[in-house]
Design a binder for this molecule. Structure first.
Ligand SMILES: [Zn+2]
Length: 318
């Protein structure tokens, strides 16, 4: 498999603000038409996609390329899901929600990160996969996928489902917000980073909503089955976020959360911080309270709460 030469950065102007993400233009290839046909979200990013195969002799290399012969299309579908679940505001996407006065729907102005290229590296490394920016420029992302893990996947009942799930999770990392572009606030203080568990939870939230959860994930059926903490990460946090989106707040809630990481940052959540914190400003409740409500919901106590701002129905069952 070929290894493409480095992109020439000067050929593409760098978007200078999050308000100007690099969306697809009308003259980009057949992928636009394909997505225009089946997508209500028109603004799917079109990064340069590259593949780097470290070793053609590794037995998993051929397996991977056989399982996913059209990697671009797989990543485009993942991008479509990322836009659908993190960058679609109900008030922008649908008039229905405007007419539905019953619930205060989430609303925000979606702004995708200016990621310009994603390079998939197939490598003989331990673990599953990880994503990083390149040394030169964080707008260029690299997804490193473990070939031994690919080999492990070939022993699963549905290797493709797992691999696409992993790639979707990693691609979320290329397209999620963690903090404002300016890391210093007006008072000269550094804006804190969100917990790693939230970042991983958002990545798995998209994987979950895309229907790509692995068979070993288990949706908790009771408060006891929850993880100990809301930011335990991965599927633990993903199911919590899905509850916020599907039950507690409504469609677009996690997109709004992701958006707030860009616009404001994960502020007001450190011990001793005063004022309205990140969670309360979003959902009118501290995260500890939300976690508690989630436990009550899982225990079937939601009927007792069917008053105030608690919704007594699934807001957007899918
Ligand atoms: Zn991750």
């Amino acid at each position: 498999m070929e290894t493409t030469p480095a992109a020439s950065p000067s050929a593409m102007p760098r978007p200078n603000a999050p308000a100007e993400p690099q969306f697809s233009s009308s003259n980009t290839k057949e992928q636009d038409q394909k997505h225009a046909a089946n997508s209500s979200a028109a603004n799917i990013p079109q990064p340069k996609l590259r593949l780097h195969v470290e070793t053609l002799r590794h037995p998993a290399t051929a397996s991977f390329l056989t399982l996913i012969p059209d990697i671009a299309s797989t990543l485009d579908t993942a991008l479509y899901n990322i836009v659908k679940y993190l960058y679609s505001s109900p008030l922008h996407a649908s008039l229905d929600s405007v007419c539905n006065q019953k619930v205060q729907r989430p609303s925000f102005s979606p702004s995708t990160p200016p990621t310009r290229s994603v390079t998939l590296h197939l490598r003989d490394i331990d673990g599953v996969a990880y994503t990083t920016g390149t040394e030169l420029d964080d707008d260029h992302k690299e997804i490193h996928l473990s070939l031994p893990y690919v080999l492990h996947c070939t022993t699963l009942a549905n290797p493709l489902h797992e691999l696409v799930g992993v790639l979707t999770h990693e691609l979320v990392h290329c397209y999620q917000h963690t903090s404002p572009l300016e890391s210093i606030n007006d008072q000269g203080a550094k804006i804190p980073h969100p917990p790693g568990g939230l970042i991983e939870g958002i990545a798995d939230f998209v994987r979950l909503k895309a229907g790509l959860e692995p068979p070993h994930w288990k949706k908790p059926q009771s408060a006891e089955e929850r993880a100990e903490k809301w930011d335990a990460g991965y599927q633990n946090t993903a199911y919590f976020l899905a509850w916020i989106e599907d039950v507690r707040v409504g469609k677009g809630a996690i997109g709004m959360l992701n958006d707030r990481l860009l616009r404001v940052g994960y502020v007001g959540e450190r011990e001793g911080d005063s004022g309205v914190g990140f969670w309360k400003s979003l959902f009118e409740a501290e995260v500890a309270k939300l976690w508690e409500e989630y436990g009550e919901y899982l225990d079937g106590a939601e009927e007792k709460k069917a008053k105030g701002n608690w919704e007594d129905e699934i807001l957007n069952a899918e």
